[in-house]
Design a binder for this molecule. Structure first.
Ligand SMILES: [Zn+2]
Length: 332
């Protein structure tokens, strides 16, 4: 498989000297969806933030509906036909119905009611595996109760810049009878194309981070968002098919990546685990994980007219630089 890329040159005149200056922009095409993405010279678009997240956590804690003492009273329960207890717990994680539903089955799961403050670098494998475990159980429960709801995804908006309306860290699940746009696009990719993409990345090694056993991790060739990583799990197509071993392995990989994000000074991220219907032949369950602008007053959003309205990524963190930065954690 050829990974398509094209260099564009922008010429302008330097304001003080009038001398011509050139900038190079690389346009790349995502081999799975065909989305193009612009790799820009480093412009410092994603500065590390020294914002006092802990102080803001304290400020946002009074009245937080996900904190102990309130979570049982203020969060909606799942209907009894989905789960008799109304909530799904595993370890410290608690899953409940999303008050602001996005689909016929929308859930929210906190890593722990006690963890109102949980910076990216402090998320442990145990916390993440338990939280993913509640989402897997939710997807299984919905599918058992409603066989037509076959499209499941597990997602994260971590901190306000990523779209989270509540500070308290959590995951979100969607299980529905219809896919989202990206689920539909990915499920339409021929299985050989996934194999060819991963083969090409393994051979080149430039963006391949490694495997954690059954899960392969790469830095996206044509990212739609900053510091974007992808992971692929061969042999299963839906989050509902994740067993405890795979949940632990997935949590391990995510914690390696999130630890690197934290070290790079990022505090906000999005994640999407894109399920297709269970047992979809040749479709590997896969995810995207990407950073968002860090939380601080008057921050610059990393989502511009390009991402929102052209569906075109524009990032100034080269995928190869990111792979160098993060790859050693996966190889260690
Ligand atoms: Zn809270």
């Amino acid at each position: 498989m050829e990974l398509r890329r094209e260099l564009l040159a922008a010429e302008m005149l330097e304001p003080s000297t009038g001398e011509p200056v050139r900038a190079t922009i690389e346009v790349r095409v995502d081999p799975l969806t065909g989305h193009s993405s612009r790799i820009l010279p480093d412009r410092g678009l994603m500065p590390a933030s020294d914002f006092d997240l802990e102080a803001f956590a304290l400020q946002s804690q009074p009245g937080c509906p996900f904190c102990p003492g309130r979570v049982d009273r203020l969060t909606p329960k799942l209907p009894a036909r989905i789960h008799p207890d109304g909530r799904i717990t595993r370890g410290e994680a608690v899953l409940f119905a999303n008050l602001h539903a996005y689909s016929s089955h929308s859930s929210v799961s906190v890593y722990s009611p006690k963890l109102h403050y949980l910076p990216v670098g402090a998320i442990t494998q145990r916390l993440l595996a338990d939280n993913l475990g509640t989402q897997v159980a939710f997807a299984q429960a919905v599918m058992a109760a409603e066989p037509q709801s076959r499209w499941a995804s597990i997602n994260a908006n971590h901190m306000l810049p990523s779209g989270s309306s509540l500070f308290h860290p959590h995951l979100q699940g969607i299980v529905d009878s219809a896919p989202t746009t990206m689920q539909r696009m990915l499920a339409g990719v021929p299985p050989q194309r996934f194999d060819a993409y991963l083969d090409a990345e393994r051979r080149s090694g430039e963006r391949y981070l490694g495997d954690t056993g059954r899960i392969q991790w790469i830095a996206s060739f044509a990212p739609i968002a900053p510091a974007e990583l992808r992971a692929f799990i061969a042999g299963i197509s839906s989050p509902a098919e994740l067993d405890d071993g795979l949940i632990g392995e997935l949590a391990h990989g995510l914690v390696l990546a999130l630890g690197a994000y934290g070290e790079m000074g990022f505090s906000s991220f999005n994640c999407a685990i894109y399920g297709a219907p269970p047992a979809t032949e040749g479709y590997p369950l896969n995810l995207r994980l990407a950073c968002r602008s860090s939380l601080k007053p008057f921050y610059r959003s990393d989502s511009t007219f390009l991402e929102r309205l052209h569906w075109e990524g524009a990032v100034d963190i080269a995928p190869e630089t990111l792979a160098q930065r993060i790859g050693e954690r996966f190889r260690a």
